[in-house]
Design a protein around this ligand. Structure first.
Ligand SMILES: Nc1ncnc2c1ncn2[C@@H]1O[C@H](COP(=O)(O)OP(=O)(O)O)[C@@H](O)[C@H]1O
Ligand SMILES: [Mg+2]
Length: 239
């Protein structure tokens, strides 16, 4: 892990009409890290991810990737810059096959890279087995694998993962998180949003805790796991 800051959010504010959802957050991600943003339902995790991808516009603050300001760019430019977003709820195209979904993930490339497709199939052999199957017929966990695989097809430098464990059987969560680690080891920086603090902190180098639009705690995964406040609020332990 190097100390180069790859990605930085500074004093970000995001509102839905008159309602403030993100109230001035700052965070950074270094090249090669897995950084997690933890928080309960409604904390503002998805809002943050969608604002990074420019699907939502910031009201104030800055978001930079490799020194470039993102907040003034249209959403389609973000993928081209090397940031790929696997959205909450997976959003795979149910009436397309697994392989067609993966090919759509390569839309920003002039042609699909067979090597990346092979890598995705190596990470998630189930997708290879089911490549001709309609995505809508996959289980939730398999759809999550597909969503992650699809987001890799644009060959991102940084991957945004919004609650990959949501609604998935624990055994598949384990399998998927293992592959997220593998993806990071291949040099893809990961920003992981999770409600499942335990699973996320096992994987991540560092984390930020978001609570009603504000970062209330940050540190290494060890520090967060050891913090009584974090344990009580997010790991279900009483002191
Ligand atoms: N489209 C929307 N319009 C109005 N309010 C929204 C919208 N999406 C999210 N919110 C509100 O913004 C806050 C943060 O939501 P969200 O980012 O989805 O949280 P999380 O992903 O952490 O569960 C919540 O209070 C939520 O109700
Ligand atoms: Mg969310």
């Amino acid at each position: 892990m190097s100390n180069d800051i790859l990605f930085e959010i500074k004093d970000l504010e995001v509102s839905y009409g008159s309602i403030a959802a993100i109230k001035g957050i700052s965070l950074d991600v270094r090249k090669g890290e897995i950084v997690t943003i933890l928080g309960a339902n409604g904390a503002g995790k998805t809002t943050t991810m969608r604002t990074i991808s420019q699907l939502l516009k910031a009201k104030a603050g800055s978001i930079t990737f490799k020194g470039q300001e993102l907040t003034k760019l249209p959403a389609h430019k973000i993928v081209k810059l090397g940031i790929s977003h696997s959205p909450e709820g997976r959003r795979v195209f149910g009436i397309l096959t697994v392989e067609e979904n993966l090919m759509l993930g390569a839309f920003s490339q002039s042609k699909m890279d067979r090597e990346v497709l092979d890598w995705v199939y190596q990470l998630f052999p189930r997708l290879k087995e089911r490549r001709k199957q309609l995505a809508g017929t996959l289980s939730g966990g398999e759809q999550q694998m597909l969503a992650i695989g699809r987001s890799l097809m644009s060959k991102p430098e940084m991957l945004l993962l919004d609650e990959p464990s949501l609604g998935i059987a624990p055994i598949l969560v384990k399998a998927i998180f293992k592959q997220i680690k593998e993806i990071a080891e291949k040099g893809v920086t990961v920003l992981l949003v999770e409600q499942n603090a335990k699973a996320a902190l096992k994987l991540a180098d560092r984390g930020y805790v978001l609570d009603v639009g504000k970062i209330v705690f940050s540190g290494t995964s060890e520090e967060l796991l050891a913090s009584e406040k974090v344990q009580e609020a997010y790991l279900g332990k009483k002191h």
